[in-house]
Design a binder for this molecule. Structure first.
Ligand code: ATP
Ligand code: MG
Length: 556
């Protein structure tokens, strides 16, 4: 089509060129997390990118745990990571892999390099290796062990494997170029001795491959065509290419880097999220104030909203910082038409309709979502005593306040006009009762046109109200101070969590289950908390308020 503007991101352009030139005939991507923490919003970007490319080009997407470093790995994380990826909707079918299942092949690969004269066992200590490495401006020096014979290297490497040496006593290094301008190419360590128990292989191995050596081998074994990673690996690409070339893989994978996703004033980065969890600053990895995938899910974000967000962010090579408001925009957009809008009084105050019969209750039919008729209508009980939100009444209102105040008339949403005739306060001066009269003629839906009111407020009938807890969230970080201090500590906002214990909800909330979400009329979107909510004592998390300062950027 001539006029169709198809904008492809730079990775799609590379893939299409590779397909066109026959460098590959299919596309295979992977997501390779280290199981040392929970995944976060940045990982979601990488997952959806890799999965999306596999789908777009009718290829395959693999799930692979990059578990070559036994120190920090835990089975808890292995399970949580799989749950999160499934929830996001990325499907690895039957291709769930563990890098540790390739240890044998990695060992063989190292032996192959030794035999080719491309790797040697080195006795220098970690500190000496660092000294010999040189700097950005000075070349390095060859290790005195660099010219060991192939036979000697084979024997020493086998000894390394057989547990003859202590941790750190010997390493295997690639023999590349100590004068390379790229420090990663200065005879990098590819295997180390570490007497550690591994979560998958137990005590079978006491040598472990280094990331830069292991990763390209993992990719090559699985037939990955495009190995997508983040920019910090750009300088490692020559080593990646060296490994696949020297190991003579028939279809070498290609590494492509893109910029990490960062959110302004938000803690991403596993290391820092972990710190908050370990310090007890938050209630676990899925505390709704975090942006781990588990936390976003608990807060009430949907996979669709995260996908929309990631697509809006785009893929590029230049670092940028995205506003959290954009993520909020996406969840509002996603829930706007999908969820019913029910009434809740979060900071309730009683409203009594003096001229409404004492024991009478009636059921009003109210539209579930004015913007989406398909969600139907519901019955909402109405009676003499109601709860309304405290902010919907003022004794001495400023100009342009159109809600309740003495003498003013408003509409109770879906019900009648009421006029404030009186109010009572307790000894501290807090308003505890608002008295009104209603006009039966003004019932909603009867076509009353006699007069108009400027304000509509929501309400909940006291007799049938459900009491619930509602948790309101602000940024975990004090935005004035920024996230990090020089010593690595973080500036936390002391008001990031507000717990409202006595909220009243309309009875249609009964039966709400974990992860169900709703719009609370005029207040925002809320989600049933998966940890603490019980059928007889509902707990809700505020996902996001209704107001927004965020505007979608205009297309260029
Ligand atoms: P962190 O820096 O948060 O600890 P990581 O990069 O160490 O993350 P891994 O488990 O090693 O986490 O990463 C798995 C994949 O997710 C990698 O391909 C990595 O590049 C990608 N990834 C990690 N953080 C981000 C991010 N902020 N944006 C996009 N992709 C990311
Ligand atoms: Mg990492």
């Amino acid at each position: 089509m001539e006029n169709e503007v198809v904008s492809k991101n730079f990775i799609e352009q590379i893939i299409e060129k590779d397909l066109a030139e026959g460098r590959c005939d299919t596309v295979c991507t992977r997501f390779p997390p280290e199981p040392n923490g929970y995944l976060h919003i940045g990982h979601a970007k990488s997952i959806l990118l890799n999965y999306g490319l596999a789908q777009k080009y009718h290829g395959k997407f693999n799930m692979r745990f990059d578990d070559t470093n036994p120190t920090k790995e835990k089975t808890e994380f292995v399970e949580a990571i799989q749950d999160d990826i499934k929830w996001l909707g990325a499907d690895w079918e039957d291709r769930l892999f563990f890098a540790s299942n390739y240890f044998e092949q990695m060992y063989e690969a190292a032996v192959k390099l030794i035999k080719k004269g491309k790797a040697f066992v080195c006795d220098l200590s970690a500190e000496e290796i660092r000294e010999y490495r040189g700097t950005l401006t000075e070349p390095g020096k060859n290790s005195p062990y660099r010219d060991r014979s192939v036979e000697e290297n084979l024997e020493l490497f086998e000894n390394m494997k057989n547990g003859v040496y202590q941790d750190g006593e010997k390493v295997l290094r690639a023999k590349i170029d100590m004068a390379s301008s790229n420090i990663n190419m200065r005879d990098p360590v590819i295997y180390r001795v570490a007497h550690l128990t591994h979560h998958n292989t137990g005590d079978k191995w006491c040598i472990y491959p280094m990331y830069d050596f292991a990763h390209p081998i993992e990719d090559a074994i699985e037939g990955i065509t495009h190995s997508i990673c983040t920019l910090e690996f750009e300088d490692h690409r020559p080593l990646y290419d060296w490994v696949v070339r020297e190991l003579e893989y028939e279809k070498p994978p290609k590494q492509i880097e893109f910029a990490k996703l960062y959110l302004k004033n938000v803690v991403t980065g596993k290391r820092y999220i972990k710190k908050l969890v370990e310090e007890g600053s938050v209630d676990g990895w899925d505390d709704p104030r975090l942006v781990s995938i588990a936390a976003l899910r608990r807060r009430g974000f949907t996979p669709e909203s995260i996908k929309m967000f990631v697509e809006l962010c785009g893929v590029s090579k230049s670092q940028s910082i995205v506003d959290y408001a954009m993520l909020e925009y996406c969840i509002r957009e996603d829930l706007k038409l999908k969820r019913p809008r029910l009434m809740a009084a979060l900071d309730p105050v009683k409203l009594i309709i003096d001229n409404y019969p004492e024991d009478q209750m009636e059921e009003l039919e109210i539209e579930n979502n004015l913007e989406n008729e398909a969600l139907g209508k519901r019955k909402v009980p109405f009676g003499r005593e109601l709860y309304i939100d405290r902010e919907d009444f003022m004794e001495n209102p400023p100009k342009k306040y159109f809600r309740l105040f003495p003498g003013n008339e408003v509409r109770l949403m879906g019900a009648y006009f009421v006029k404030c005739v009186d109010y009572k306060k307790d000894e501290t001066g807090k308003v505890i009762e608002i008295h009104c009269t209603y006009d039966p003629e003004t019932k909603c839906g009867t076509g009353f046109t006699g007069r108009k009111v400027k304000g509509t407020i929501h309400w909940v009938a006291a007799k049938t109200a459900i009491q619930a807890e509602v948790r309101l969230y602000e940024n975990l970080i004090d935005e004035e101070k920024g996230v990090y201090n020089e010593d690595g500590s973080m500036n936390l906002n002391p008001n990031s969590l507000t717990v409202l214990k006595n909220c009243y909800l309309e009875p249609n909330f009964a039966g709400a289950k974990a992860y169900d979400s709703f719009q609370f009329v005029r207040q925002g979107y809320f989600c049933v908390d998966s940890h603490d909510s019980k059928p007889e004592a509902l707990v809700f998390n505020r996902i996001v308020s209704l107001k927004s300062s965020f505007k979608l950027p205009k297309p260029e």
